[in-house]
Design a protein. Structure first.
Length: 379
């Protein structure tokens, strides 16, 4: 059969986690916690199943969860959204990205992506008949060169996909970046998919620059979030999209034929948890900043060089002082010879950048981070 995605293999996350398991390596590759989710949240899921929430929920999500999300958005981003018309619950942010792309992109359309970018974007664009136009972020800090972004716009540009806090580099947007995006959208009328799954994970007192903060942007945006990141339940695969009514209508037309609904008892558990512990997410920056710093302190004794991540639960490390070989070879050597699984950066790029960087996930128990750092100190 002729593949519709000839350049696509198995995702790097699946490949590295599988190898980590086979080799018994410490897995700092795929982004997921190696500790359990809050106990009361797990209990609420058990209660939801026992309580009989086991049949199809409404297509756009249960009202109680959408209402909690609307309250949360009003509280944190000062934006009033209609739970009915503007909030849609889906089985994971990956599906939300797919649906938003398929709601907007037509054959021949161009979509701007900023490299390195999350690996689901381009295949989803291709399946919609579109073409990803790659604009590289500028190392070493992976800042956005907005002039290059503007230069990449053509009459066929339909959409830009943005991601802050950024996976895999751990950078975050400034207010100036948000203004640049506003100006771009105003000048071109393109749509925005704002991948904000790490919205809570910003450090050193910084503020998350959500498209939900901007009236001009919100009108043309699908803002996408993941409960997996916020509540440390990546395996629950539940996320949501916030978009103005007309965009949400089109988004739902796709969603209803991709999966139709997100899992019912999970929605009930999340709604109850948000109601019981609205303050939970405010504790996340402190929790993860402490992990970032624990890893950072332990890595100071190594030959890796790094700037502490400004956001996400990923830390980039520069290994130039240790080896001068491509990152895919370096991670292969690292897992085989030193028992630590990491993610190469080049796999998220159309053209490999001239860098020597790997990504480590620090959403791990303190002892996991310490054991990994001890192994890395031997290099
Ligand atoms: N976007 C980014 C940038 C991510 O890191 C992830 C994490 N897997 C996703 C989207 C997808 O999230 P989910 O697991 O909810 O599908
Ligand atoms: N987002 C996670 C990461 O970047 C992994 C998601 C996945 O495995 N698909 O590591």
């Amino acid at each position: 059969m002729q593949s519709k995605l000839p350049r696509v293999g198995t995702t790097i996350f699946t490949v590295m986690s599988r190898r980590a398991e086979e080799l018994g390596a410490i897995n700092l590759s795929q982004g997921f916690p190696d500790y359990d989710a809050p106990e009361d949240l797990r209990e609420l899921l058990v209660a939801a199943v026992r309580g009989g929430h086991n049949q199809y929920p409404p297509m756009a999500g249960i009202a109680a969860l959408r209402e909690q999300l609307a309250l949360d958005v009003a509280r944190r981003y000062q934006r009033t959204v209609s739970p009915e018309a503007e909030v849609t619950i889906v089985p994971g942010a990956t599906e939300a990205i797919f649906c938003a792309i398929h709601a907007t992109v037509r054959p021949g359309d161009e979509v701007l992506v900023l490299d390195p970018c999350y690996d689901s974007y381009e295949p989803s664009i291709q399946l919609a008949g579109g073409r990803a136009v790659h604009v590289p972020l500028v190392p070493p800090r992976f800042a956005i060169d907005w002039q290059r972004v503007r230069d990449a716009v053509t009459p066929r540009t339909r959409l830009i996909i943005t991601n802050t806090p950024h996976n895999p580099t751990g950078t975050i947007w400034s207010a100036a970046d948000l203004h640049e995006l506003e100006a771009l959208v105003e000048a071109t009328g393109i749509y925005v998919i704002a991948d904000e799954v790490y919205e809570h994970l910003v450090y050193d007192g910084a503020r998350h620059q959500s498209v939900l903060r901007s009236d001009a942007l919100y009108q043309r945006s699908f803002a996408i979030f993941s409960f997996g990141k916020t509540y440390q339940v990546t395996g629950w695969k539940t996320g949501y999209c916030i978009a103005p009514p007309a965009l949400s209508t089109e988004f739902r037309k796709v969603h209803q034929f991709v999966t139709f609904v997100a899992v019912a008892p999970i929605q009930h558990a999340l709604a109850a948890f948000m109601q019981l512990r609205p303050e939970y997410s405010a504790g996340l920056p402190g929790l993860f900043q402490a992990k970032r710093d624990l890893l950072g302190t332990a890595l100071r004794a190594t030959s890796f060089r790094f700037e502490p991540a400004a956001g996400t639960f990923f830390q980039l490390l520069d290994y130039r002082a240790i080896a001068d070989r491509p990152d895919t070879e370096f991670v292969d050597w690292l897992i085989r010879e030193h028992g630590v699984a990491a993610i190469p950066i080049s796999v998220f790029c159309d053209e490999a950048p001239d860098t020597r960087l790997i990504r480590l996930c620090f959403a791990k128990r303190d002892d996991t981070l310490q054991r990994a750092a001890a192994r890395l100190a031997r290099l």
